[in-house]
Design a protein around this ligand. Structure first.
Ligand code: AQP
Length: 434
C-alpha cells in the first residue's frame, strides 16, 4: 500500500535525526523537489512526487517547493492561485510531508530563484530549450499564449534545484528530461566558472512513475487537464472517484493484462499496482477470467480507502490558514538563507562585486567601504579559465574558440540524437529528447 499519513508519522518517530538539530540536518544528503500550484493536486502527483517526499524526508534534509513562478507560465486567476497555494500546502501536510523536519516554501518568496535564472540564461543556448518536450507540448496546448516564461521554464527549474545543492530530486517520469537538462547546465556552468554547483541525481523509481489520463491514456495524467475526468484528484469525493474509474477508457477485449496495444487497461493496472503496492504479475493472476467491471469496482474501492485518511487530515489542517501561512514564512526564511549562499558563490564566480550581505556571509566581518574589501577572490580552475578565454574570443585564443564552438555543435547534435555521450552519463539515463 502506498504510504498513508499515518505511516509517514511512524517513519518520523523512528528517524535517527531529530527535529530542531540544524547541524545534524545539514550533514544529511539534500532532497529538493517542487510542484506548481496549478489545477487540482491528483493521484499522479502523489505517485510521482509526494509519495517520495514523504519517504525521503526521513533520510534527507528536504526542501519542498511550491513553484508559483512556474505556475504563471500558463494564465492563472490571481485569486485562485492564492487559494490553491494554501490548499496545496495543506495537502502536502495531509499526505505526510513534515513541515518541522523539512522546508516547505513558495518560490516567489525567495528572490534567488529568479536571480540565478538570469545568470543561467546567459549560459544556455536557445536551441536546447526549443527541443524540450514539455515546451513543445505546452505550446501545442496554449498556441494563443506562447511567451518567454514558457520557453525559459527549464532554466528556472535548473535554478530551483542548483540553488540548494540538491543531491536527489524526486520527479515523475515526465520531468526526467528537465532533470537531465539541469545536470547539463550545472556541468556547463562549472566548466566555465569553476566547481560551483553540485550535480544532482533524479529519483524516479521504475513502477508507476507516469500515470496516464483516464479518458485519454495516450496522454499523461495532468492536474490542470481541462477534462477533470482524466484524473483522480486527492480531494475527489468517493462517488466522484467511483464514477471516474467506472467511466475510464478501457480497450477492446476483456482480459486484465498490461499490453502496449491496450493503453487504457494497462494504465489502470499501473494505478492499481501503485496504490496497492502489489506486483503487476500478481494482479494479472488474480483477475484471470474476471471482467473489467469487477476490476474497476475494486480499483475504485482501493483508491477511496487510500484517499480517505488524507481527506480527513486535510479538513482539519485547511481550517487553520494562519498555521499554513506560518509554515510558508518559516520555509521562506530557511530557503532564503540556503539559496543566498549559493547565489553569492555564483555571483563571485561570474565576476560581480560582492555586496554588503555577501561580504558578511563570507568573512563574518562588517562591511567597510574600502575597495580592497570588495574583491573576494574567486577560485578558478585552469580548465575554466581556458573555456572562458575561448568564449571571450581574444586574439591569442582564436583556435581555442573554434574548438569550443565545434564542441558546442557536437553537444547540440548529441541532444538532437539523444545518443548518451556529452549530456548524459549513460545512454539509459539520457532523456534530452524522449
Ligand atoms: N501523470 C503523472 N504521473 C506521475 N507523476 C506525475 N507528475 C505529474 N504528472 C504525473 C509529477 O508530479 C509533480 C508535479 O509537477 P508540476 O506541478 O511541476 O508539473 P507537471 O509535471 O506539469 O504536473 P502536472 O500534473 O502535469 O501539472 P500541470 O497540468 O499543471 O502542468 C512532478 O514531480 C511530476 O513529475
Amino acid at each position: 500500500m502506498i504510504s498513508s499519513p499515518e505511516s509517514a508519522g511512524g517513519n518520523m518517530q523512528d528517524a535517527a535525526v531529530r527535529v530542531g538539530d540544524p547541524m545534524a540536518e545539514k550533514s544529511r544528503p539534500l532532497m529538493m523537489s517542487g510542484i506548481q500550484p496549478t489545477g487540482a493536486l491528483m493521484i499522479g502527483n502523489y505517485v510521482g512526487a509526494l509519495k517520495h517526499w514523504v519517504e525521503l524526508q526521513a533520510t534527507h534534509e528536504s526542501f519542498f517547493l511550491l513553484a508559483d513562478l512556474h505556475a504563471i507560465t500558463v494564465p492563472q486567476d490571481p485569486t485562485d492561485l492564492q487559494r490553491r497555494s494554501l490548499e496545496f500546502v495543506a495537502l502536502f501536510l495531509a499526505c505526510g510531508v513534515d513541515a518541522e523536519r523539512g522546508t516547505i516554501f513558495l518560490q516567489s518568496h525567495v528572490p534567488a530563484h529568479t536571480q540565478l535564472l538570469w545568470v543561467l540564461n546567459c549560459v544556455v543556448p536557445m536551441g536546447e530549450l526549443q527541443r524540450m518536450t514539455q515546451f513543445k507540448d505546452k505550446v501545442g496546448r496554449n498556441a494563443a499564449n506562447i511567451h518567454v516564461g514558457l520557453f525559459d521554464y527549464p532554466v528556472l527549474m535548473a535554478a530551483d534545484i542548483l540553488l540548494y545543492g540538491a543531491d536527489l530530486v524526486p520527479v515523475g517520469d515526465d520531468q526526467k528530461q528537465h532533470m537531465e537538462f539541469t545536470r547539463h547546465v550545472a556541468r556547463k556552468f562549472n566548466g566555465l566558472y569553476g566547481e560551483v554547483f553540485k550535480i544532482p541525481e533524479a529519483y524516479t523509481p521504475r513502477t508507476g512513475t507516469r500515470l496516464m489520463g483516464l479518458q485519454t491514456p495516450s496522454v499523461k495524467m495532468s492536474k490542470s487537464d481541462r477534462n477533470a475526468d482524466n484524473y483522480v484528484a486527492l480531494l475527489d469525493p468517493s462517488e466522484v472517484v467511483s464514477r471516474k474509474i467506472k467511466t475510464a477508457v478501457t480497450d477492446s477485449g476483456s482480459e486484465i493484462r498490461c499490453d502496449a496495444a491496450k493503453p487504457g487497461i494497462s494504465n489502470l493496472i499501473t494505478l492499481y499496482a501503485t496504490v496497492s503496492g502489489e506486483d503487476v504479475e500478481a494482479i494479472h493472476n488474480r483477475y484471470i477470467g474476471k471482467g473489467y467491471a469487477e476490476f474497476k469496482k475494486n480499483l475504485a474501492e482501493l483508491i477511496i480507502d487510500f484517499l480517505g485518511p488524507i481527506q480527513k487530515r486535510y479538513s482539519s489542517i485547511a481550517a487553520d490558514p494562519v498555521m499554513l501561512v506560518e509554515v510558508l514564512q518559516r520555509g521562506a526564511r530557511n530557503a532564503r538563507e540556503r539559496s543566498e549562499d549559493t547565489l553569492s558563490r555564483v555571483y563571485r564566480a561570474v565576476g560581480f562585486i560582492p555586496d554588503e550581505g555577501d561580504h558578511r556571509r563570507h568573512s563574518g566581518k562588517r562591511w567597510l567601504s574600502n575597495e580592497r574589501q570588495a574583491y573576494i577572490p574567486v577560485p578558478v580552475t585552469p580548465r575554466a579559465l581556458h573555456q572562458r578565454r575561448s568564449i571571450m574570443e581574444t586574439k591569442e585564443t582564436k583556435d581555442v574558440t573554434a574548438a569550443a564552438a565545434a564542441e558546442t555543435d557536437a553537444e547540440v547534435e548529441c541532444m538532437t540524437d539523444c545518443c548518451g555521450c556529452c549530456c548524459c552519463d549513460t545512454e539509459e539515463e539520457c532523456s534530452m529528447e524522449e
